[in-house]
Write a protein that binds this ligand. Structure first.
Ligand SMILES: [Mg+2]
Length: 195
């Protein structure tokens, strides 16, 4: 399943200090609503995004490309990334994982540049990463599995944010709680006309 969200702006009221509920939802959508939600990486419509001028893909690592407890990227994800490269995309990994060796190993498996301990959702590290690798973030697809870190940082830098909503990777207890909170947030801010 793939869902594309439309972020509609509500006109501001007369007072700049008081926000009504639609305006609050607008703000939350700007920050936390992904441009697209998919159940699998392969469901992202890469051809359409290529036609729209996107040329770079930045991917979260854990629970996006492989499970937290896995030691190797699944073959289907390696093939998907090879396909992206063959279409001309520049591919990067941007991970919050503090285990430098793990992130390095995955980047070697994928033959891509990446970074560890990226301090998402703070955006400065991503902006610095973009500067180093000459990435135009507005022409970048940012893909991750968490709303509060991946979608937030992607939206903040005006990238095209994609949320991977998959339950195929086992989660830690803390991550399970976080995912429940994120699902509630998503159902609160999702446009009611979206399917
Ligand atoms: Mg993740």
């Amino acid at each position: 399943m793939s869902t594309k969200a439309s972020k509609k702006r509500t006109k501001k009221g007369s007072s700049p200090w008081l926000l009504n509920m639609p305006q609050i939802i607008d703000c939350l959508q700007e920050l936390f609503l992904p441009d697209e939600i998919v159940e699998e990486l392969e469901l992202i419509d890469i051809d359409e995004l290529l036609l729209d001028g996107f040329s770079t893909i930045i991917l979260d690592l854990d629970n996006t490309l492989l499970g937290t407890y896995e030691r190797n990227i699944p073959l289907e994800n390696i093939h998907w990334i090879q396909q992206l490269k063959s279409l001309g995309f520049r591919v990067f990994v941007f991970s919050n994982n503090s285990d430098k060796r793990r992130v390095q190993k995955m980047c070697i498996q994928l033959k891509v540049y990446g970074t560890f301990f990226s301090m998402k959702p703070l955006p400065f590290s991503l902006k610095e990463f973009a500067k180093i690798h000459k990435i135009n973030l507005k022409k970048t697809i940012y893909v991750g599995d968490q709303i509060l870190t991946d979608v937030f940082v992607g939206n903040w830098v005006k990238a095209y944010s994609v949320l991977v909503l998959s339950d195929k990777y086992p989660l830690t207890f803390i991550k399970t709680i976080q995912k429940d909170i994120e699902k509630k947030l998503l159902s609160f801010i999702a446009p009611k006309d979206a399917n």
